[in-house]
Design a protein. Sequence first.
Length: 185
Amino acid sequence: MKALNSRRGLVGLVLAAALLSVAGSALAAGGKAPRRAKLAIKGGESIKPNAYYKSTFRFEAGSVTIRSGGTVTLTNKSGDGHTLSIVTRAQLPHTLKQLENCAVCRTIATSHGLNTEGPPAPGGPPPIPVVNVGAAGFNTPGDSLIIAPRGQGAPVVFKVTARPGAVLYFMCAIHPWMQGRFVVK
């Protein structure tokens, strides 16, 4: 038993040393979060008739560390349109029922001028591509952008202006299982 506890202690010591080494390297390099970050939308959809429908749309990386005032370049590598919308952590859907009845998704769509009751009216007003409810930049729930399908638009570049220490949760209002967060340093 003493040998087992000694091994556990040794493993713990080695892990702690490795973490300190990584933290020390970050501090030696200035310990600052990056001014620029990249985010991509990946995935696709498939169907097997009478069996399933599958969607693998996702944000990569799901967690992005960025300096306050830094820029994020978002590239859509999927064939579908999306949003990147800041929401509260409590608004993120976690169950199928929440996905199917996503109240914040309807709120986001409405803020972009989209009809949530059916297809867009022919000749109707174009959607609002950027919704900014707080100060300039992404910094508060309700801030949102529409991302065109791959091939129909250039990468989207935006600033994250939330205060250092903030965590901004984001999702796609069209595909609400697509979720992530910005950790602002």
